[in-house]
Design a protein around this ligand. Sequence first.
Ligand SMILES: [Zn+2]
Length: 232
Amino acid sequence: MNSQIEELKSFINNSNYTIVITGAGVSVSSGIGDVEHWHLPTVLQMSSEIILKTMPKRYYKAAWNSFLEPIFNNGATVTHRKLAELENEGKIQGIITTNIDHLHSIAGSKNVAEIQGSFAVNKCLKCGKQYNDINIWNKGKTPRCECGGVIGAFPIYAHVGQLRTEAEKARRWVELAELIIIIGANGSYYWSYGNHINKNAKIVQINPKKTYFDSKSILNIRKKSDEIFRLL
Ligand SMILES: [Zn+2]
């Protein structure tokens, strides 16, 4: 493993433009389950616009248990924090994520493309007013607009759609990338930016499991990302 970490370090140090792609695997250690660990009924409730509108209390409980409690009480992982540090040092130019937990931004990363939106992208489901602050979800109940309507996060009102402005950002970044580090991601939403990846970019993957990216990567580190970033 140490030689792989040395190799990763040297890739990072020799790259002028590094983009990181993250998926659910990066947030598991903060207590947010990936697909295999999800309690399905809870997740279905927290994904339902109908439940949000008609049973906001039940909605909040489900969202709290599956996402909000880990976000607000556990917060960013070692990986999120180390990525923010590397960006601050100029070694990472952007992070593309399918995660809706906003933990990269909470950890201090500035250039994040949340291509499926997040709990920080919200609007009133009645009048449409935008509330782009994740902290409205940390008040013990489903947030309400000044007009009285319930507020929903992008993944709910867009029905797990693509946030276009963020996907455009992701495409611009991968076109310029010399190095792409893919962490805990299984390739969902790859269609929205994959064709734009610079053909000369080196691809490195950190994931304990086999994924779509195995054949594309010149370095596959089969470990949980926190183990690697703790040592990086
Ligand atoms: Zn409203």
